[in-house]
Ligand binder design. Structure first.
Ligand code: PMV
Length: 330
């Protein structure tokens, strides 16, 4: 990927990338080193909510800061960044100071590695002077964290599974669909650190869950439905498919030996509340859940008041709001 890109690093660079939430999930790798997925996936990026990374070259080893605080090098957050930097630099260096700031709703459980690695790749492009297109940058971000390849883009984004062993055809691309009324709201049920990281959980699911055998076919079907729903702006079809896809993903995990179970009682309570809104009041609101206990609601702008009255202090995100008008948390 970086052949012919060697140059003298610039002193400073920075990048911003949005967080993203998958509507058709990525779960399971065919290559654990290159983060090559078993299936394609499709997400929506969260506009101005994401990560900003400022990067500078420094003598000595790397230094990682998160929201202004120095992170100990042995901490898994700093260690992942350093091993990613090791992938892209020669043995003789340089060292980097990586200052990362997350602009996320307070404790919404959205701070993810996806926006972090995508922002880091953009900052590196500037510092290293890489002449790379967004496809190449997406593949680089994928090496840090699979879902990071989708955070290079705004709006709806599809990550193409690819067939090559070297991963050179496994990258994300934006989908031509602007939907200003689309809304997403994280409902935080627990701010606890997750019990098992996605890397290990994916491996266990792939290797021990019988239900996982059905997952690729399910994704193929769901992707077709979601692409069609986006084309036709059919929100009910989109929501139904995204919710069913998330539940199917969690079913594959629960059938792992030993089980991978991210849900807490409040997760299920939140899902049931959303279902009640749908059944009793006809509000088209759907749920999606990732590798953690929190729930993200998806709905349309017209349902905002109903969502706000049912879910206390919920922060509602408009993925298509431009950065200049969005409420930023910086
Ligand atoms: O990229 P990772 O290793 O953080 O995995 C992300 C997995 C899910 O969030 C559960 C699904 C997805 O497609 O984002």
């Amino acid at each position: 990927l970086l052949a012919g890109q060697e140059g003298t690093p610039q002193a400073l660079g920075s990048g911003f990338a949005p967080a993203n939430i998958a509507l058709c999930k990525y779960w399971g790798k065919r290559d654990d080193e290159l983060n090559l997925p078993m299936t394609s996936s499709l997400s929506v990026s969260l506009g101005a909510l994401g990560t900003r990374t400022d990067l500078s070259v420094r003598d000595g080893g790397d230094e990682v800061l998160l929201d202004g605080e120095l992170v100990p090098p042995a901490d898994s957050f700093a260690a992942r960044i350093t091993s990613f930097l090791d992938l892209i630099r020669s043995e003789s260096g340089p060292g980097f100071r990586v200052a990362t700031q997350n602009a996320m709703p307070t404790a919404a459980g959205l701070a993810s590695s996806a926006s972090g690695f995508a922002a880091l790749v953009l900052a590196l492009k500037e510092v290293m002077g890489w002449d790379l297109d967004s496809r190449a940058l997406s593949m680089l971000a994928r090496l840090g964290s699979g879902s990071a390849c989708r955070s290079l883009f705004s709006g709806f984004v599809e990550w193409h599974v690819g067939v090559r062993d070297d991963g050179m055809d496994s990258y994300a691309e934006p989908i031509d669909c602007v939907w200003p009324d689309f809304r997403i709201a994280p409902v935080t049920v627990s701010a606890e650190r997750k019990s098992i990281g996605s890397r290990e959980a994916m491996r266990r699911t792939r290797d021990t869950s019988r239900l996982y055998e059905a997952w690729p076919a399910q994704v193929a079907e769901d992707l077709l439905a979601i692409r069609a729903a986006l084309r036709e702006r059919d929100f009910v079809r989109l929501g139904e498919t995204a919710e069913a896809n998330a539940l199917a993903m969690h079913a594959t995990m629960m059938a792992s030996r030993p089980a991978v179970l991210y849900w807490r009682p409040e997760t299920l309570e939140t899902i049931r509340r959303a279902w009640r809104l749908r059944e009793e009041r006809g509000i088209p609101v759907y749920c999606t859940m990732d590798a953690g206990p929190n729930v993200k609601l998806i709905f349309l702008r017209e349902s905002t008041a109903a969502i706000e009255s049912e879910f206390d202090a919920v922060e509602i995100i408009n993925p298509f709001e431009t950065a200049t008008t969005a409420k930023s948390e910086y």
